[in-house]
Design a protein around this ligand. Structure first.
Ligand SMILES: [Zn+2]
Ligand SMILES: [Zn+2]
Length: 420
């Protein structure tokens, strides 16, 4: 049975079951074991909810104690586009721990769409300091304090060949950059969630443990990308091994230490031909960027044929209807194992004996989840005052504002009065 016949056969089974959902290739290849026996399918009714929707609705599913759920919150490029944010993968474990691997530009919106209380999202691992891999950290950090994070945000990232190429340097400057923003919050809101814990580790550690808490061990391996100071990560928990490549040229450390992973993510750049025709690169520039600075689909396939993961995940390209088939065909020249070509909001549930791949349905109108801790009332004496100049410009409109205070005071039995 050739590949098309297999797809046709599985599609036929799915249609027979009456499941009117699209089935990505990756689902077909990995999760055929989840295909239901027809005797298990309940009778459909015109008035009852449809059974077994093969979609992930954030915030509605328990994670099993032995389960790992991975959500693509960014799979694209540094260039902005509504369909794909830049690199970010959320890993949730059945023990309650959650980890973000990279937090590229545009990804915060996708993270928020998962509707997870922000105090649970307190660990971010940055593979390298390109903007498409940590460009949304400031909005997640400071915006997160408005989304009820009251727990310090913990960051892990590599050193560089010089201190100024390291994560600590970047984090120190990021905090300086937002001095005005932080100043506005002093004495006004509970800002405990604005505290940063920075853990910089040597970029040249090979399979070095950089995190070991709550039966979760995360190791780093060097990557070859940009400058010294890029790494890949390996998370191991409960007999499951998750590998995140951030950006890297194919390298011996990934091939050796990602070996046998349950879930392995590696960059897979656009092929040079498409860099020329679709992105306007010069041919030599396309070859250099596409095969020397990054990993082409054929190189990605070669790496995965050596790593042999339970599922290989390709990302970091424009995953469109006219692009994906060519990328997939090129990967297939060198790799014939299970594969997902990731796009934002793709979700994988991984256990020891099954990998289920779905797309998340997103609610566009997300609000912050409730705070998990009681908020500490701010001390207005810590607030930074306006100058006399700015104060002189205020129009107080007491006839409009005082009724708002009365409304709240009446409802909550308080005695607040207007005034900064
Ligand atoms: Zn990069
Ligand atoms: Zn990148």
């Amino acid at each position: 049975m050739n590949r098309k016949m297999i797809l046709g056969f599985v599609a036929g089974v799915v249609i027979t079951l009456g499941l009117l959902v699209s089935v990505p290739d990756s689902v077909v290849q990995v999760a055929t074991g989840t295909t239901k026996d027809t005797s298990m399918v309940p009778a459909l009714s015109p008035t009852k909810a449809l059974p077994d929707r093969d979609v992930y609705f954030p915030g509605t599913e328990d994670l099993l104690p032995e389960e790992m759920r991975i959500t693509a919150c960014g799979t694209g490029m540094p260039s902005a586009r509504p369909k794909q944010a830049a690199a970010c993968f959320l890993v949730e474990l059945g023990n309650g721990d959650k980890f973000l691997f990279d937090i590229g530009s545009g990804s915060h919106e996708r993270i928020a769409a998962m509707k997870i209380p922000y105090d649970f999202l307190d660990k971010v691992f940055i593979g390298h300091l390109h903007v498409d891999h940590y460009g949304d950290l400031p909005t997640f950090w400071l915006g997160g304090t408005v989304m009820n994070r009251l727990t310090p945000l913990r960051i892990w990232g590599p050193s560089g060949s010089k201190p100024e190429y390291g994560t600590q340097y970047a984090m120190d400057r990021m905090q300086e950059m937002y001095t005005w923003d932080i100043g506005t919050r002093s004495g006004v809101v509970d800002f405990r969630g604005g505290e940063l814990e920075v853990n910089e580790f040597p970029f040249d550690g090979v399979n070095a443990v950089i995190y070991d808490e709550n039966d979760v061990v995360i190791r780093s391996i060097p990557a070859v990308h940009g400058l010294d100071g890029a790494v890949s990560f390996i998370l191991e928990w409960n007999g499951l091994k998750f590998v995140y490549g951030s950006d890297t040229y194919p390298n011996k450390w990934f091939i050796e230490h990602a070996k046998g992973a349950d879930f392995a993510i590696h960059e897979c750049f656009l092929p040079p031909t498409l860099l020329v025709t679709k992105q306007g690169f010069q041919p030599l520039e396309a070859l250099t960027v596409g095969t020397q600075g990054h990993t082409s689909p054929e190189q990605f396939g070669k790496v995965m044929s050596l790593v042999e993961p339970r599922i290989a995940v390709a990302y970091h390209f424009y995953n469109d209807f006219d692009i994906e088939p060519e990328v997939r065909d090129r990967v297939r020249k060198t790799y014939d194992g299970p594969l997902s070509t990731a796009v934002d909001y793709m979700v994988w549930n991984v256990t020891k004996d099954n990998i289920r791949v779905r797309m998340a349905a997103k609610d566009e109108e997300v609000w912050p989840s409730p705070a998990l801790k009681e908020k500490i009332a701010p001390d207005f004496r810590d607030a930074i005052n306006f100058s006399e100049f700015t104060l002189s410009g205020m129009e107080n409109f007491p006839e409009v504002v005082e009724p708002l205070y009365e409304e709240i005071n009446k409802k909550y039995g308080t005695d607040f009065k207007p005034g900064l």
